[in-house]
Design a protein around this ligand. Structure first.
Ligand code: ATP
Ligand code: MN
Length: 144
């Protein structure tokens, strides 16, 4: 039923917790996982006060770290016999998650309820809230 899964991650604790749920879904017939990390382009805008900061170098470094972390996650999925690949995109996280779900034609999105901010009083993070609201496919929300 859930042949192909999109697993968007910000590498936060909650999102890493979701890795195990994705692995378990192999028993339910899952074959393939697409791991996605979105580098938020809004964090790469250049305010005047930071005109000395090399944003290109910053972006390259963020990509390098993301590639490394995504690779480790892909290996974890492959170890249990799932086929897996990763993508690192630059954009607006919720938009790129929805767009990738469509492009890759996944049958399920597995997302953490919270991410890096993980504010106690929030029922959901803003990325997961928008994905749940706008996705036209099933979403599995792994709680913190
Ligand atoms: P907020 O970002 O609103 O301050 P938060 O960081 O606690 O809150 P979200 O950012 O909504 O929560 O994260 C929820 C889930 O969304 C994460 O567990 C992860 O699965 C996914 N996610 C968040 N940011 C990204 C990202 N940049 N790329 C891919 N997936 C992401
Ligand atoms: Mn976040």
């Amino acid at each position: 039923m859930f042949d192909r899964i999109l697993y968007p991650t910000d590498f936060s604790d909650v999102s890493m917790k979701a890795v195990n749920y994705v692995k378990q879904l192999k028993k339910a017939g899952t074959k393939e996982v697409v791991v996605l990390h979105v580098i938020d382009e809004r964090t790469l805008v250049v305010p005047d006060v930071f005109s000395g900061v090399d944003f290109m170098a910053l972006e390259n470094e963020l990509r390098r770290i993301a590639d490394e972390q995504c690779n480790k996650i892909v290996e974890q999925f492959q170890e249990v016999g799932l086929s897996a690949k990763f993508m690192v995109k630059k954009g607006i996280p919720f938009l790129d998650i929805l767009k990738t779900a469509q492009e890759e034609d996944v049958s399920l999105i597995v997302i953490g309820s919270h991410g890096k901010s993980n504010l106690e009083e929030m029922l959901l993070g803003s990325v997961s809230e928008k994905v749940i609201r706008k996705a036209v496919r099933p979403v599995l929300v792994v709680k913190r």
